[in-house]
Structures are given as C-alpha cells and as structure tokens.
Ligand binder design. Structure first.
Ligand code: SF4
Ligand code: SF4
Length: 344
C-alpha cells in the first residue's frame, strides 16, 4: 500500500478536483442531530467530524425506489431501464460504512450480479475518513473499526492534515493527478496517526470481540429480552431503513392509466413490517411483532463469509434513530451474556 500526506487546506482543493471525476457526495449537517451524504457544492460545507449519517451509503447503488423496466402488455415487450452511466464519488465514509458496502457488494455482485447495482457500483469512487466513536458506536467489537479493503483512498486525521492510504489503482491515479497537493509521510505523521488510533481505541465504550455472539443468539432464542423489547417496538422500520447492510426489497407492478403499459418498481422493504412475511393464503411467516423483532437480531448477527464479519457493523444508526429508544447494542450485550459490560 502507498501512503501520502495532504494538508487541511489542500484537502479542500482536492475535493474541488474530485468534482471533475464525477458527482461528489460528502457528509453534511442536515438538522440539529443529523448528517447525510449530500451533493457537495461548496466544499467548505463538508462535516469532517460527523458521527454517522442518517441514511447509509448503500442508497447510492441500491436506491430506495427504482424502476427496473417498463412493459407493454399488448406487445408483450419489456424495456429495461438501466441506470445512467455516471461516476459517483463518495467522500468521507467511516470504516463501518465501507465494510457495509462490501457486504452489499457480496449480496448484489455475487455469482448472479444485480445489473442495476453493478452498473452504479462499478463506476464509483470510495474515499474513507477516520472518525472518533460516540456512545452509539460498537464497530470495534465487530472488528471493523479499521478497514483494509473496499476504498480507493482512506484519509486519517493528523493535527495538520491527513495521512492518506492508497487502496486501489484508481486511488493511485487520483493522487498522481494531484501530485502537487500530496507530500511524503514523515516519521512524525506516523506517530501522530498512531496517537490518534490510540486515543480513538480508548473512546469506545466496549472492548473485546463479539464473534461468538451469533451462537449465543441461536442458543437463546427464548430469551426474555425479546418479549420485553418487542413490546416497545413500533414496527416503524427505521432500524432497517437506516442500516448500511439491510437489503430486503419488494417488487411491484404499477399499471399506467392507459391499462396497457406500466412499470416494474423495486422498493426497499423492512422485515419489521407486518406485510414482509405475508404470503398468499393469507399466511404470515412472521405473524407477531416478536417474530419480526427476533428475525432482525438473528439476521444482523449472522456471518458474512466474504467480509468475515457479522452483517451488523456496529454503526449505531438503529439505536440512535429508533423512536422507541430501543438499544440494539445493549440488547445484544444482554443476550450475549456481556451484562457486566452494559453501559449506563
Ligand atoms: S426503529 Fe425501533 S421502533 Fe422502529 S421497528 Fe426498529 S426497533 Fe422497532
Ligand atoms: S444493525 Fe444497527 S448497528 Fe448494526 S449495522 Fe445495522 S444499523 Fe448499524
């Protein structure tokens, strides 16, 4: 891997140049408590120290709603609607979100790739950014707090700039094209990076790793936590819509008023919705709210072979944005038997 350094002032210049490579999105403040990846028009608007965005980056490659094709029933013809051939540049992804994208890649670009996702993703540029954890973060116990694949460049904060890891050929091209902005990394920069990492490690509320958690969950399917917490759950689906690794969708045919043509649309779905398990009959595979609640805990803690992590990357979104105040992290700790580690 190659390492270079850039000053804070030159980072703004680099962001300006990134706009020439594609449509540039970066974290920006959107409300008192929320950040989101937004089109970066004024590079000074970027929020370098953001905790997490409300919407996960998967939406750039797998939108909340998209038309897959239109159809004409009289001619029995389908007209595929492929995405535009545009380059999306995502600047400022934290490690957990980069692993989240790698998990999405493993689902949508496996041996039978989803052409819509693949089209958008193949053109993308991903640039990571170091971060400090808040009370919702537990990416460290998920072992994704430091990422070594899935980015073109990764910016590590230094007191006077960023130490940049170059992860891909595209990353090499980006730094080569702007070689006037990048300098060599010094011994002091390496020490500063190390000091940042040490400070960061000390800020996480939890320690250890949760690799065995999925087995604990399988062994404790009847744990009383599920009854207690599912009772509070509103079934709103916020926890899944904000999750960087949720990928359930529904496909609907929307007929036009002419009664002849229409479109097939893919929309995000949520396992927390009652309709998600409903099939013809009307049988529902997850009839009760508790059934649906348990399903999410099992799904998120299953093992993803490609990334060798759990599907939950510990980003904290589902807890921060749950209107019922349900803490995913605390509930997992309770069921995993890490009760003594539960923070106040
Ligand atoms: S966000 Fe909270 S209330 Fe809404 S479905 Fe998820 S756990 Fe339930
Ligand atoms: S389950 Fe919650 S903490 Fe885990 S990745 Fe999804 S939103 Fe983040």
């Amino acid at each position: 891997m190659r390492y270079v350094k850039i000053s804070k002032a030159d980072t703004y210049q680099f962001l300006e140049r990134l706009k020439r490579r594609g449509t540039l999105y970066a974290p920006q403040k959107v409300s008192e408590l929320s950040y989101d990846f937004k089109l970066l028009e004024d590079v000074k608007e970027i929020a370098f120290g953001y905790p997490r965005t409300i919407r996960p980056p998967r939406r750039f490659f797998y939108p909340a709603e998209e038309t897959l094709f239109t159809f004409d029933t009289t001619r029995v013809e389908l007209y595929e609607k492929m995405p535009e051939d545009e380059t999306v540049v995502l600047f400022g992804l934290h490690s957990c979100d980069i692993v989240g994208l790698r998990i999405m890649d493993s689902e949508f670009m496996d041996e039978t790739p989803d052409p819509y996702y693949q089209q958008r993703r193949k053109n993308s540029i991903v640039i990571g950014l170091s971060c400090l954890p808040d009370e919702y973060c537990f990416c460290n116990v998920r072992r994704v707090d430091f990422v070594d694949a899935g980015f073109d460049l990764f910016f590590h904060e230094l007191p006077d700039g960023y130490l940049v890891r170059v992860g891909t050929v595209t990353g090499h091209k980006l730094t080569d094209e702007s070689s006037d902005l990048f300098t060599r990394v010094t011994e002091q920069d390496i020490n500063e990076m190390r000091a940042f990492e040490t400070k960061r490690a000390g800020m996480f509320r939890l320690n250890g790793n949760w690799d065995s958690l999925r087995y604990q969950l399988e062994l404790r399917m009847g744990h009383p936590m599920y009854d207690r917490e599912a009772e509070k759950c509103l079934g709103c689906g916020n926890c899944t819509i904000t999750c960087p690794t949720c990928r359930c969708y529904d496909v609907k045919d929307i007929p036009s008023i002419d009664g002849r043509t229409g479109e097939r649309v893919r929309v995000w779905d949520s396992c927390q919705f009652r309709s998600h398990g409903l099939v013809a009959g009307p049988h529902n595979f997850r009839e009760s709210k508790k059934d649906r609640f348990v399903n999410r805990y099992m799904c998120k803690n299953a093992y993803n072979r490609t990334t060798t992590t759990a599907y939950c990357v510990g980003c904290g979104r589902c807890t921060q944005f749950c209107p019922a105040g349900i803490s995913f992290m605390k509930n997992l700790m309770e069921i995993g038997g890490y009760v003594e580690m539960i923070p106040e």
